[in-house]
Design a protein around this ligand. Structure first.
Ligand SMILES: *Cc1c(COP(=O)(O)O)cnc(C)c1O
Length: 464
């Protein structure tokens, strides 16, 4: 009998989970005490758990289910491809139809001369590819010393040794001997927390100019690339001031530094365009994509590479690749996902209808007594929780504790919002309707009200 078709009740599932399953980014024994919530099915923007509760998914899974749950077309694309050709590699002078077709499709969609695709299984290993590729690029150009990559504190680029080193998460660097050599960091453009008395515009410039200072400190002849997310996701949905990206772009051009845009969250409609780079006015040399590429239905990632960089890499043996680079089933699913996004005009819907509708309601959350700034672009937004808006204060209690409290309150109200420190973030499926946005916002307000009441009762509305 198929064990997945007739599984035991919740408590038994939770016991099995806590006995054998090690969850990522989790204090597993603390989770074992509570028991993990078992998600059993989903449709559209709605999750269902093993107790039959219906939860609105304000996070599109993990920033990835762009077209929503339950699209049988993707299941059929996978089944068709599995029957036809479940696997073949692309290492040994062979290719497959789904891999080459998806590469062509991505080249058509990506702006400028980003015409070349190197496949991975997700965002982490695509960024590992990028790290090796930019260093190989400069080495092949006769500049092997040009190997330093500049990134940003609080950036997230993945969880492998290379990609977690590219990321600037101090909690990750603290475990397992990270970062690897040759990666250095500048500060993030988070005006709310770090902008002090500056205007957002001046602060955006100041943070961008840290890149120039860092390049000069290292020596431009030693810098290979700068990597950044157009909008930081896992770092708390930090939407940079408008002055930031144009200045970054100017500096990269001036010193001939390759620019890697990590679009793992921003791509495929999240910001109201195909790519976040288009929304924020960035011209990258390499783009990292994953997540929304398959709407999370199957693991796949890719580096989309400019003609300039690809010309050099194509002219050498690049000793790099993954068994599942260009996996035919994953590529077939991704192609079907992109077809749906295109044919159902999902991105225009986000840009012109649901995005503006959500934006109005989201920005109004700034009037809530617990909320400082409320920012959103397309279908990715955040609010900063604060005990005192005027001074943009942090809470006196340990950073992140209030966010977790609010996150748990959301969970109890059957809405998924994630907390990052004391920010709450959303990134719902792009297919969310205006009626569903009303539900999302109503539940968010209820959760904020309840969190506020708890903090007030506990005397915790105190500034650091
Ligand atoms: C999720 C994410 C990654 C890592 O992708 P995985 O598929 O988890 O390896 C990399 N970069 C960004 C910006 C991400 O959000």
């Amino acid at each position: 009998m198929n064990i997945l078709a007739n599984y035991p009740p919740t408590e038994e599932l939770q016991a099995i989970d806590s006995a054998h399953h090690m969850h990522p980014f989790t204090h597993n024994s603390a989770l074992a005490d509570k028991g993990a919530r078992v998600i059993t099915s989903a449709k559209g923007v709605w999750l269902k758990d093993s107790e039959g509760e219906e939860i609105i998914d304000g996070m599109a899974g993990l920033w990835c289910v762009n077209i929503g749950y339950g699209r049988t077309e993707l299941a059929e694309a996978a089944a068709r491809q599995m029957r036809e050709l479940p696997f073949y590699n692309t290492f040994f002078q062979t290719t497959t139809v789904p891999a080459l077709m998806l590469a062509k499709k991505l080249a058509e969609l990506a702006p400028g001369d980003l015409n070349n695709v190197f496949f991975a299984n997700g965002g982490s290993d695509a960024n590992d590819t990028n790290l090796r590729m930019v260093r190989t690029y400069w080495a092949e150009k006769g500049q092997p010393d040009r190997d330093v990559v500049i990134s940003r504190w609080n950036a997230y680029h993945g969880s492998s040794m290379g990609s977690a080193s590219l990321g600037g998460m101090k909690g990750m660097h603290g475990q397992g001997g990270l970062p690897i050599p040759g990666i250095t960091y500048i500060d993030q453009p988070d005006w709310w927390s770090e902008g002090g008395d500056m205007t957002p515009e001046d602060f955006g410039l100041e943070r961008a100019q840290q890149l120039e200072a860092k390049i000069k400190e290292i020596g431009p002849e030693k810098v290979a690339a700068f990597i950044a997310e157009p909008i930081q996701g896992a770092g708390g949905v930090i939407i940079p001031p408008t002055t930031y990206w144009p200045e970054i772009q100017r500096i990269c051009k001036k010193y001939d530094i390759l620019l890697i845009a990590d679009e793992v969250i921003c791509a495929f409609g999240r910001t109201g365009n195909w790519f976040g780079s288009q929304t924020l006015g960035i011209q990258p040399d390499i783009m990292t994509v994953a997540k929304g590429l398959s709407s999370g239905y199957i693991p796949i990632g890719a580096s989309i590479v400019s003609d300039r960089v690809a010309a050099v890499i194509r002219d050498t043996d690049f000793n790099h690749g993954y068994t599942y680079s260009g996996h035919p089933v994953a590529c077939a699913v991704a192609l079907e996902n992109l077809r749906i996004i295109e044919e159902e005009d999902i991105i225009n819907q986000v840009r012109n209808v649901t995005g503006p509708y959500l934006r109005k309601k989201w920005e109004a959350l700034a009037d809530h007594p617990l909320v400082g700034e409320a920012k959103i672009v397309g279908m990715i937004g955040s609010i900063a929780l604060t005990p005192d808006k005027a001074s943009r204060a942090a809470f006196a209690v340990e950073g992140g504790a209030i966010g977790l409290l609010c996150r748990d309150q959301c969970f109890a109200n059957n809405i998924i919002m994630r907390s990052v420190d004391d920010r709450m973030v959303i990134s719902p499926p792009l297919t969310i309707t205006c009626d569903e946005i009303d539900i999302l916002i109503a539940r968010a307000i209820k959760s904020l009200d309840e969190t506020y009441a708890k903090l007030k009762a506990g005397g915790m509305l105190v500034s650091a």
